[in-house]
Write a protein of this length. Sequence first.
Lengths: 168, 201
Amino acid sequence: MKNISLDKRLLFHYSLLLFLFSLFCHASGLQAATVKEIKPLSFGTIALKDNNASYVMRIAFSGQVSVDSSIVIIDSGHPALWELSGFPQHTPINITFIIPDAQTKLAGATDPATSQFTITEHHTFGPIITTDALGNALFNVGATLTTSGSGFYKDATYLNHMTVMVSY
Amino acid sequence: MMKNKLTRLFAVTAVSAAVMSGVSVAEDGAGTASVEVKNSFLVAQTTPLSFGQIVAIASDEALNADIATLTVNADGVTADVIVAGSSKASLVAITPGVAGQFTVSGAAPNTVLTVSAIADFTLTDPSNTDTKVFDVTNLTTTVVTSGTPFTYDTDAGGNLVFNVGATLETDSSGAVASGSEAAVPYENVTFTGTYTVSVNY
């Protein structure tokens, strides 16, 4: 009778410890964390007066656009918007961009008859982002678009992929 | 015995928690970047250039033939008939001409476009009833609607309307020697020709 009472007490303590551990995991951000693209980076719709030199268009993380005069903006672009969720509270998160392709891909498939763009200098307002009290964070990503400087561009949508890697 | 096992379990749990709290965690997210190139836009003729109905007489002289001219201004006002040289060639307007009109659409908004110089061309009789021609020269353009007056800026919707004017000249490719030339009337037919307008950013 005495042993049974002791086991119940130990079981209660163990359950309590598991509960506290669960809380600890939550507070430590050990639950599933997600890195999600809310709005893709877009340089908008443009026309090129010529491609006799490499022309540059920059979209800052703040949304500010600067462009060489040979690039005509038809529809404005915007920086990407990314969301971090499920991370530890008030924790600095390191942001790293991984760009698999040096050049863009035309509408999902490279077309040898057209020039390609290069998208570089992916950036946010800083390499380290701090999560809020819920373990979430939002950040913008800007980048630089550069023309090839030779050949011509067909009317099409040009795509490039990027991977945002976060760590803490 | 049971107590000892649970105690060990607590210890393992605590160690696990301690280790996990020091782990550097990395997560990845996949995204895209894109740009759409739209270099092309539409340039459509909405009103053909017309010199109206005229009475036309040419000189058949081989060299230095008299030439009569009639100008339709790009602003849509038909000019007076101007006769250069002496009296063998003449043009008389019966009905007024109309400037050509083109509409650009689908271009970048509020952007200056360049309308290239338009090359001279000729009007001929498609039925070959009359082998004489008219020369069309001095083609000019004038902006009609624009985001900015007097420049070829597109409006906020990427549209631009401009007119084309030109001068019609009577045929100067006759074969008769000077001194024997005569006034040769054109046949009552419609003379047509084509020209190309080039618009760029």
